[in-house]
Design a protein around this ligand. Sequence first.
Ligand SMILES: [Zn+2]
Length: 69
Amino acid sequence: MVVATMVCPSCKATEFRLSGLRFRDLEHLAVLQYPVRCRSCHHRTYGSLLLALVLFQLRRHHFGGKETA
Ligand SMILES: [Zn+2]
């Protein structure tokens, strides 16, 4: 499966995590962009909804299992 990679415009890192939604993000969601935050420099930017889904799956996998009973 090919996932579109994106690069942080600030530090060129390629690791992101999901960012919290704000009201103004709605206009980005309307064009299938989801707010993400760079893991390296914490720059907030927008990624594709596909990227957000991948990050969401990773997060769910990471937290799934033992920690929550
Ligand atoms: Zn960065």
